[in-house]
Design a protein around this ligand. Structure first.
Ligand code: NCD
Length: 309
């Protein structure tokens, strides 16, 4: 399989065979991501890291991944310190990143921005989140986490919880899980349900899907509970946000009512969706999940450069 020069804009650009290949390759990266082994496969490669929106894990794990592979990074985490402030277009900013580097990672508040960036760049573009749209690298690391924790993705019973309307991670993940024949339960307030388009795509892939507002009942049969933050910054009306804030909180008590081997995932940052006392339970895997961003992004960077371990 050859991914050299490929843009990574949406998980929909990959078939299941390709996803499995990437997951297996990312597994190989784990000891390198931990610093137990070293490699210089991306020596001489320059990455542009263009973050037009706040980020902790995605940006730092891309940087860690690039450093672990001995590549170099240029870029910004604060677009107000760039010529954007002077009115430069996204297309022109991308043209510059293309001229100065070999791979571009972009996070931007507008849906479709990564796809647009790819049109103006010869270097491969990796979407690190475009508004409420897609977040494919998060999706890959979420799949990797389920695979590492559960041994397989097929046949799991997965709850996606919280802001399914504006949460880009669940838009990518629901689609990918549907490809694996996972039983999906969407739990959200009525006003934050999964967009019809994504719901229909999942159904077309043959997924068994339930939608509900109640977590208590759904949690009993779940193997994976994937919680999300209510995406405050994407609400057009603050009043709409006030009505749903704090809708769900996972507590230790609730976890006890679930299966013994239930895993709790979250792309993070969490606000109030998971009570801190859940962190100590063996069910909480969200910090391990965040680490998995490093081997997964190492794998993706190496693949789009066409240099493999
Ligand atoms: C998510 C994102 O930015 O979409 N975070 C992440 O990348 N790990 C989730 C969120 O911000 O709620």
């Amino acid at each position: 399989m050859n991914f050299k020069g490929k843009d990574i804009i949406s998980i929909r650009d990959f078939d299941k065979k390709e996803i499995n290949f990437i997951l297996n390759y990312a597994k190989k990266m784990v000891p390198y991501a931990k610093g137990e082994k070293t490699t210089t496969i991306l020596q001489g490669t320059v990455l542009s890291s263009l973050f037009f929106e706040p980020s902790t894990r995605t940006r730092l794990s891309f940087e860690s991944a690039m450093n672990r592979l001995h590549g170099k990074i240029i870029g910004f985490a604060d677009p107000t310190a760039t010529s954007q402030k002077k009115g430069e277009s996204l297309a022109d900013t991308i043209r510059m990143a293309d001229a100065y580097s070999d791979v571009i990672v972009i996070r931007h508040p507008l849906e479709g921005s990564a796809r647009l960036a790819a049109e103006f760049s010869d270097a491969p573009v990796i979407n690190a989140g475009d508004g409420a749209g897609r977040h494919p690298t998060q999706c890959f690391l979420d799949l990797l986490t389920i695979l590492l924790e559960k041994g397989k993705i097929e046949g799991q019973n997965v709850i996606l919880l919280g802001d399914l309307k504006y949460g880009r991670t669940v838009h990518s993940l629901a689609y990918a899980l549907a490809m694996y024949g996972v039983d999906l339960t969407f739990v959200s307030p009525k006003s934050l349900q999964m967009p019809k388009e994504t719901l229909n795509e999942c159904k077309e892939l043959g997924a068994d899907i339930q939608s509900t507002t109640k977590l208590d009942k759904a949690i009993k049969n779940a193997d994976v509970l994937y919680a999300t933050r209510i995406q405050k910054e994407r609400f057009p009306d603050p009043e709409e946000y006030n009505q749903v804030v704090g809708s769900y909180q996972i507590t230790q008590e609730m976890v006890k009512n679930g299966k013994d081997d239930l895993i709790i995932m979250h792309p993070l940052p969490r606000v109030t969706e998971i009570s801190p006392d859940v962190d100590q339970t063996k069910n909480a895997v969200y910090f391990k999940q965040a680490f998995n961003g490093v081997p997964m992004r190492m794998a993706l960077l190496s693949l789009v450069r066409g240099v493999m371990l």
